[in-house]
Design a protein around this ligand. Structure first.
Ligand code: PEP
Length: 253
């Protein structure tokens, strides 16, 4: 089973997101036994998508959440509210939020903790910027992001997904080479082994790749023994690309 996570970012109105789900549904129906599909629309589309996704075999993820469950946090959305919409997964620490919305390591850690407590599954995004890569700090940055996101968090009987997303590749149209994605997955897994020597990591943690994945390059990533799937932004907004990528996963798994 491989994961296909569609991050629609701040695209599509509720009507358009619901229409896209409706178009994709019949096209991916026969591939669901090989693929776990999680669609992450914007908050305002969650309700419409939730209605159109019923019995489709697809699941719904949110792109963000508050770490607090109730209170004075204008504009934020709590995990209880997300659960009401049928959300099962939450993206945490996407690079666009880290960089452009000043989301700190501490906030990401609090969100990870809150998502796990709520019983939902976090999709933690980690990855280096181009300058961090040029300075030779890539592994150090990725390892540090994983460590701080999981600070003081127990993973017993919990499940998390970690997406390695090199920041400089997101939305560029050019994914990294498979050996680079596999190297990052090994770094992440080593950090987890060091942090949680007593848990069965295969059961608790899956590492994915994200960054300019499309139907032309997806087969490299989903054929890898180190990667459990992909997180796809831009290409998942097109019906044919979405369906094609899921079909390729099914054929290669
Ligand atoms: C993303 O949104 O995390 C992402 C990987 O985007 P894209 O596939 O467009 O690079």
């Amino acid at each position: 089973m491989k994961y296909f996570i569609a991050n629609w970012k701040m695209n599509l109105t509720a009507a358009a997101a619901s229409q896209l789900v409706g178009q994709v549904r019949p096209l991916i129906k026969s591939y669901l036994d090989k693929t776990e599909i999680i669609v992450c629309p914007s908050f305002t589309s969650l309700s419409a998508v939730a209605k159109n996704i019923i019995d489709s075999g697809m699941q719904i993820g949110a792109q963000n959440c508050s770490w607090q469950d109730v209170g004075s946090l204008t504009g934020e959305v709590s995990l209880t509210m997300l659960k009401e919409w049928g959300v099962s997964h939450v993206i945490v620490g996407h690079s666009e939020r880290r960089q452009r919305l000043c989301e700190s390591e501490e906030m990401i850690n609090q969100k990870m903790s809150a998502v796990l407590k709520s019983g939902l599954v976090p999709i933690l995004c980690v990855g280096e910027t181009f300058s961090e890569r040029q300075e030779g700090r890539k592994d150090f940055v990725i390892a540090g992001q994983v460590e701080s996101a999981l600070k003081n968090i127990q993973l017993i009987e919990k499940k998390i997904l970690i997406a390695y997303e090199p920041v400089w590749v997101i939305g560029s149209g050019q994914a990294v080479k498979i050996d680079e994605a596999e190297h990052a997955a090994r770094v992440i897994k080593q950090v987890l082994i060091d942090l949680y020597p007593d848990i069965d990591l295969k059961q608790s943690v899956q590492v994915l790749y994200g960054g300019s994945v499309d139907s032309k390059n997806i087969s490299y990533f989903i054929s890898s023994e180190y990667l459990s799937g992909v997180l796809v932004g831009g290409a998942s907004l097109q019906t044919d690309e979405f369906a094609n990528m899921v079909k390729i996963i099914s054929e290669r798994t």
